[in-house]
Design a protein around this ligand. Structure first.
Ligand code: NAD
Length: 245
């Protein structure tokens, strides 16, 4: 990732998103650190600046179209462009299908899928003019495998793959690549509270015999966001320890 690129990472206040934002900052990109939790976004931005990088925190709910519009306007005002977008913000509202509330469905689809659409729409307008762009969407292994108790989450993450491929086709002539990274089970706040039994069950399904770390995902995202991945678009890179092949 050459110096001088401008990157926006959503959900960058903690976990995988923070790891991506910090690495991009370390590699010389100016980073818009976006999260619904401003305090956490500020912390990520501060650690990028402490390491000598350039970063600015933004409080945005990616599911809110007006907030997303003003986010991209502010980024343009403060950074003057955008080269890389990482749609990483995501939530879970797990529950068995017959007990799943409408809000649980709507909240997850709105943040995980609509949020990515809203950000891509804004980013595409900017990137199209510059005839350059790298968009990476964070999907999940469960998009392909399904998971009991996660109908809403799996639908949102599978939707992201369709969104990725459509946008890849639509934006290719502007030299904008759009790819997805589908992580397996990664040790973050999202998975930390898994019961011992569930964790052991998962481990038994992972040929590499360990849960992933945020850095495992980060490295794939940085690769797809970099110059070297310019001929890769519409792809899903699976980072799951072999759990799904
Ligand atoms: P996390 O919960 O640690 O971090 C998610 C971040 O997104 C948080 O900082 C949160 O505040 C932010 N966020 C939530 N809703 C938001 C909104 N509406 N607008 C802006 N920001 C919002 O989770 P994580 O494990 O780091 O997950 C990051 C991404 O990776 C998610 O999309 C998740 O679905 C995906 N993923 C995670 C795993 C895993 O095992 N941890 C596996 C596959 C995919």
């Amino acid at each position: 990732m050459p110096k001088g690129k401008i990157a926006l990472v959503t959900g960058a206040g903690q976990g995988i998103g923070a790891s991506i934002a910090i690495e991009m900052g370390r590699l010389g990109a100016a980073v818009a650190v976006v999260d619904i939790n401003l305090e956490n976004a500020e912390q990520t931005a501060a650690s990028i600046r402490a390491a000598g990088g350039q970063a600015q925190a933004f409080a945005t709910n990616v599911a809110d179209a007006d907030q997303v519009k003003s986010l991209f306007a502010s980024v343009m005002e403060q950074f003057g462009g955008l080269d890389i977008l990482v749609n990483n913000a995501g939530i879970t509202r797990d529950g068995l299908l017959i007990r799943m509330r409408d809000e649980d469905w709507d909240d997850v689809l709105n943040v995980n899928l609509k949020g990515a659409f809203l950000c891509i729409r804004e980013a595409a307008r900017i990137m199209s003019k510059r005839k350059y762009g790298r968009i990476v969407n964070i999907s999940s292994v469960v998009a392909q495998m399904g998971n009991a108790g996660q109908a809403n989450y799996c639908a949102s993450k599978a939707g992201l793959i369709g969104l990725t491929r459509s946008c890849a086709r639509e934006l290719a002539r502007r030299q904008i690549t759009v790819n997805a990274v589908a992580p397996g089970f990664i040790e973050t706040a999202m998975t930390r509270d898994l019961p011992e039994k569930v964790r052991d069950g998962l481990l038994a399904m992972i040929p590499l015999e360990r849960l992933g770390q945020p850095e495992d995902v980060m490295r794939s995202v940085v690769f797809l966001a970099g110059e070297g991945a310019g001929y890769i678009t519409g792809q899903v890179l699976e980072v799951n320890g072999g759990m799904h092949m």
